[in-house]
Write a protein that binds this ligand. Structure first.
Ligand code: SF4
Length: 244
């Protein structure tokens, strides 16, 4: 390819990439604007807690359960166990009974006691503040660690908590093509401005619980119906993005 043609080709390529990035940024920013407007009361976790210890326990117990289910169980749990020392010294059979309202309660009871013991012995009874240290604890995966850092310490620069709602919704919104939480987290970290990492997860969860459920899409009453690429209503509505 002659030099001048190659130069022109590369310039056009770069221009196309820039334009694509600009329209992607505009799309993400409009999605965020609308979700914040619609779900302003859902920017924080719905897991009831009064301090970092209770948050840690609630989040550790939350996988495969609804927040409501966890809140029912922790209401009495937090009265009986006041801190990590209590969980570390708990009788395992009694702890399993106390958690029996949750899915996988036997595993969760074992993990909670082991995590509490490690927090007492390695971290002086304090919840660690780094994702690597958190993930050393039993039952703590990347999602749980991200939620604890974000909600408990206001630290969101390590990543974005991805749950099943986030997976479903971000795929439908065209924010990712991937199916695994790790890959989706990377896509969102690339596309969503860092300042929004703290809230994006709870917003996608709110949307997933409200209109964009795993089983059914209620696009007709969704705030993103005119811009979402998976919307069943898109042809009926006028996109404010395309119309400027
Ligand atoms: S428009 Fe439909 S598919 Fe898109 S986010 Fe809303 S409910 Fe989900």
């Amino acid at each position: 390819m002659p030099g001048a043609v190659l130069f022109l080709y590369m310039t056009c390529e770069r221009y196309t990439v820039c334009m694509r990035k600009a329209s992607e940024d505009a799309y993400v920013s409009e999605v965020m604007r609308r979700l914040i407007g619609r779900y302003s009361d859902k920017l924080q976790t719905e897991l009831v807690h009064r301090n970092i210890t209770e948050l840690f326990v609630a989040v550790l117990l939350s996988p495969q359960c609804s927040d409501k289910q966890v809140n029912v169980v922790t209401k009495s749990l937090f009265k009986k166990y006041s801190g990590f020392e209590d969980y570390a010294n708990a009788d395992l059979r009694a702890l399993k009974r106390d958690l029996s309202g949750l899915n996988y309660y036997k595993t969760k009871a074992r993990n909670l006691r082991k995590a509490a013991r490690m927090i007492m012995s390695r971290f002086d009874g304090e919840v660690p503040r780094t994702i690597d240290q958190l993930m050393e604890l039993h039952g703590v995966g990347r999602k749980v660690a991200n939620v604890i850092l974000n909600e408990g310490f206001g630290i969101s620069e390590h990543g974005i908590a991805i749950d099943t709602h986030c997976i479903t919704v971000s795929r439908r919104l065209g924010l990712t093509r991937h199916k695994t939480a790790d890959r989706i987290e990377l896509d969102l970290m690339r596309k969503v401005p860092k300042r929004d990492w703290k809230i994006i997860s709870n917003l996608l969860i709110a949307l997933g619980r409200d209109t964009c459920t795993a089983r059914t899409k209620f696009c007709g009453r969704c705030v993103l119906k005119d811009i979402c690429p998976s919307s069943t209503e898109r042809n009926h509505a006028t996109s404010t993005l395309s119309s400027g």
